[in-house]
Design a protein around this ligand. Sequence first.
Ligand code: NDP
Length: 345
Amino acid sequence: KRVIFKTEPKERAPTQDDFEVVNVPFDLASVGNDAGNVVTQNTFLSLDPYMRGRMRQEAKSYIPPFKLGEPFNGYAIGTVIKSSNPAFAVGDTVKGFLSWETYSVVPNPDLIQLKVFTPTPGIPLSHYISVLGMPGFTAYGGLIILAQPKAGETLFVSAASGAVGQVVGQYGKKLGLRVVGSAGSDDKVAFLKNELGFDEAFNYKKPPGGSIKAALQQACPKGIDINFENVGGETYDAALSLMNPQGRIPVCGWISGYNSSNAFPPPEKFEADRVKHNLSVLRFFIQVEFAKGDTPKEHREKTEAWILDGSLKVKDDVREGLDNAAAYFCGMLKGENFGKATIKV
Ligand code: NDP
C-alpha cells in the first residue's frame, strides 16, 4: 500500500484529495536482490509541517520537492526484512527518509540517510521520530545552542503543545526560564500548564485581553527575552513588540504562512527588526546547521535520561494506518494534532 502525491495545492490548504492510496503487487523474493539493496517494513511515519513546502513544485529550498505521481516520503522508522547490504541485517531497526508505503525497497540507503539504530529499553519507538528525532533536535539546537538561554529569562514559544514546542518549553523549565506558551485550544493550554509545568499559557484563538499582544503582556510582565517562533504573522509581531534588548528570536517556523508561496517574510525584514529592537533574529534549518559534531549525541543522551527519570514528558499523537496518513497530515497543518503527529503503519 502506498500514499501517492497526486495534485499540488498551490495557494490553498492541502486536502485528502491531493493524495491517493494505491495497492501494488509486492513479492519479497523478487525484490532487493541487487548488491547494496535493503528492504524495510515501515512502522512509524513522521508528519511534519516542512512537508507542506515540499509539495510546492517551484520552490527553491534546501530539500527538493516531492514528485507528483510518486509516494510521499519523510522521516520514518522501519524494520529490515531483507538485506543485500553488509551494513544492514534482517531485524535491524532503521530510521531515514522512507516513503509512505508498507514496504520499501531501498537501492541506496545513503541517499535516504537510512541508518540502523538501537532504541533504548523503556523508551517507546515512536519517540525516535519525535522528541529524539528531528523535532526534539530542533528544540535542542534552536533553544539551547542558538538562543543561549540564561536562568531567570522569559521564554515564549508558539505552537507550544506541538512536536517542537512541547520540548522547547520543557527544556526551558529545566534551564530555569519563565516559560509562556500559546496554543490553539483550551485542552492544549491546560496540558501546557498542568502537565508540562509552563508558567503561563493561553489560547491564541481567544486570547485573554482580546489580542495576542494583550495576552502576552499579561503573561510576560518583565518582557520577553527569547521568542521561539513557530507560527509567525500576528504572533511574531506581538512578541516582537515586547522583546527586551539583547533578546533572541530563533525563527524556527512560520506555519501561518505555509499555504502561500511567500511563506516567510524576506530576510531584510528580520534584519530590520534585529537592528530596530537590538536583538538577534535568526532563521535556522536544523538539519543544515546543527546535525554535525557532538550535538546529536548530546541531544540524545540528555533527552533519553530526562525521559527515563520522568522529568521530560512526551506527547505523541499516534494514529493508525496508511489510509489515514494524508487526512492526518492535512489536519496537522490546521492544529488537529495534539502532540507529535505520527502514523503507525
Ligand atoms: P506541530 O506539532 O506544532 O504541528 C503544527 C501546529 O501548528 C498545529 O498543531 C497548530 O497547533 C499550529 N498551527 C497551525 N496553523 C497555525 C496558525 N495559523 N497559527 C498558529 N498556529 C498554527 O508541528 P512541529 O512542532 O513539527 O513544527 C512547529 C514549527 O516548527 C513549524 O512551523 C515547523 O515548520 C517548524 N520547524 C522548523 C524546523 C527548522 O529546522 N527550522 C524543524 C522542525 C520544525 P495549534 O492548535 O496550537 O494552532
